[in-house]
Design a protein around this ligand. Structure first.
Ligand code: COA
Length: 438
């Protein structure tokens, strides 16, 4: 059969495609903007036909309906990262979370630690050679297609063709469902005085010619706004958002000084607005690679002047960074934070820097303001970046350099960039904690 015959023989409706899912299966799907909404919706609509289907993925921008209490018994969510619509079921006890470094997800799938019965993806229509493109998300998508027993694909003509390790032949997919829908879009981050001040401090740590990784959340994208006066920046990042487009169009990002993949941005997934997806479409300056390559600390380390910029929820006096839980509540996941913190530390040119940037305070659900620099991490919280890995912490009040510093020096450096309203309280805690004058 030629590829067109294969494709046509495997075309079906979403309702038919999800009948391939059987009770007890582990079903994973491509994440973030690549979530195949038509298939996910059809799977939820068919819930009554399933018992105990385990649903796994990283980030979701979708509705996460399979996590709702009415589907207990049909679906069981097991997140490799959690998002606003998937956190609740974990807190309520009927969902679960599996900690995993993002760069290891393909390896877990390959080795069968995350053995997949069914994998659901979203792809572009096939080209004249019979290849579809996974477009906005190469990360674990390519390995899911390779390893799952059954692969279901939503063919969406709004998926941009993006170059790199993103093409899959129609023969690798078991069922195709044609459904055109706009890709998920992220709102632009709110940038106020705090974010601009954080960006300014981060900019002090970014030399011309640096290669950047930008993490998830409002801060990393806001930092880009402070880099407009830099020259010859490059990108080697797990994800990028719209801020990168601005700097590329302004000529600030040109990838000309990169030590690895010169003249190309290397990314594993895209998450932003339609402007970003249009920018990525058939853009020779951008290459998508799988996450076991992009986030592999040994690969990150081959970049020159590597600077990773991520965010967090809290940091304790020792420099233990909490980024993915609030107390016992699972908030997100490690994602690629530690992959890049370690990759920057292992930089072969010895110039890598890992920045964790955050506002100095947060407002809790009950309306109280808390310092994000704390003597001790909250009961039940998980350490994301350990005190051995931490490098620079940045707030709107400055930069705390922690590598090579003693516990007392770390605490003092951190208190000096805490919110002024909390500094006296923190100094008193320092004196109790270390039995020493501040
Ligand atoms: N105590 C209590 N609540 C806190 C808090 C603290 N110390 N710090 C933040 N919060 C609250 C905020 O007030 C906010 O509440 P809201 O949703 O009700 O407004 C919420 O937690 C989220 O905080 P915010 O600072 O807005 O988050 P963000 O969207 O900028 O994301 C992280 C920040 C840390 C959650 C995000 O970067 C992350 O998940 N990191 C881990 C993964 C990672 O770094 N990957 C990098 C490679 S992509």
């Amino acid at each position: 059969m030629n590829w067109k015959e294969i494709y046509n023989s495997r075309l079906c409706t979403a309702e038919e495609a999800v009948k391939s899912i059987k009770s007890g299966d582990r079903v994973a799907f491509a994440h973030a903007v690549a979530e195949p909404a038509a298939l996910v919706n059809a799977m939820v609509a068919n819930a009554a036909a399933y018992k105990d289907v385990e649903v796994c993925h990283m980030v979701t921008l979708g509705k996460g309906e399979y996590t709702k209490p009415e589907y207990i018994g049909n679906f069981r969510f097991n997140g490799w990262f959690t998002s606003p619509t998937t956190r609740g079921c974990i807190a309520d006890g009927h969902g679960d979370f599996t900690p995993v470094f993002f760069h290891e997800v393909p390896n877990y799938i390959r080795k069968g630690i995350f053995a997949l019965d069914v994998f659901m993806v979203m792809v572009s229509p096939p080209d004249e050679h019979g290849y579809c493109c996974v477009g906005v998300s190469a990360d674990y998508t390519m390995q899911g297609i390779e390893s799952a027993k059954i692969v279901l694909a939503q063919v969406n003509d709004q998926v941009p063709v993006v170059f790199g390790d993103t093409f899959v032949h129609v023969s690798k997919i078991d069922k195709f469902v044609e459904a055109s829908n706009p890709l998920f879009e992220l709102g632009l981050p709110k940038i106020g005085e705090t974010e601009l001040a954080i960006g300014k401090h981060c900019a002090e740590l970014v030399d011309d010619g640096s290669t950047l990784q930008l993490g998830i959340g409002a801060i990393p994208d806001a930092v880009l706004q402070s880099l407009k006066d830099k020259k010859d920046l490059g990108i080697h990042s797990e994800m990028i958002s719209d801020g990168v487009v601005d700097l590329f169009e302004a000529g600030v990002i040109n990838n000309s000084k990169k030590g690895l993949h010169k003249n190309k941005m290397i990314v594993t997934f895209l998450m932003g607005s339609k402007r970003l997806y249009d920018f990525a479409k058939e853009n020779p300056a951008l290459e998508m690679r799988t996450v076991d390559y992009v986030n592999n600390p040994c690969i990150v380390a081959q970049n020159t002047n590597m600077v990773s910029i991520n965010s967090c929820l809290a940091v304790d006096f020792m420099g233990q960074v909490v980024s993915d839980s609030i107390g016992i509540k699972q908030f997100s996941g490690v994602g690629g934070q530690v992959d890049f913190v370690r990759g920057a530390a292992m930089s072969l040119d010895g110039k890598g820097k890992a920045i964790i940037a955050m506002p100095s305070v947060a407002t809790k659900k009950d309306g109280t303001m808390v310092s994000k620099i704390t003597p001790y991490i909250d009961h039940g919280a998980a350490v994301t970046t350990s005190r051995n890995d931490v490098d620079y912490i940045v707030t709107e009040y400055g930069i705390a350099e922690l590598k090579g510093k003693t516990l007392k020096e770390r605490a003092r450096n951190l208190i000096n960039i805490a919110h002024p309203d909390f500094r006296e309280e923190l100094k008193a805690e320092y004196e109790k904690r270390f039995c020493a004058k501040f």
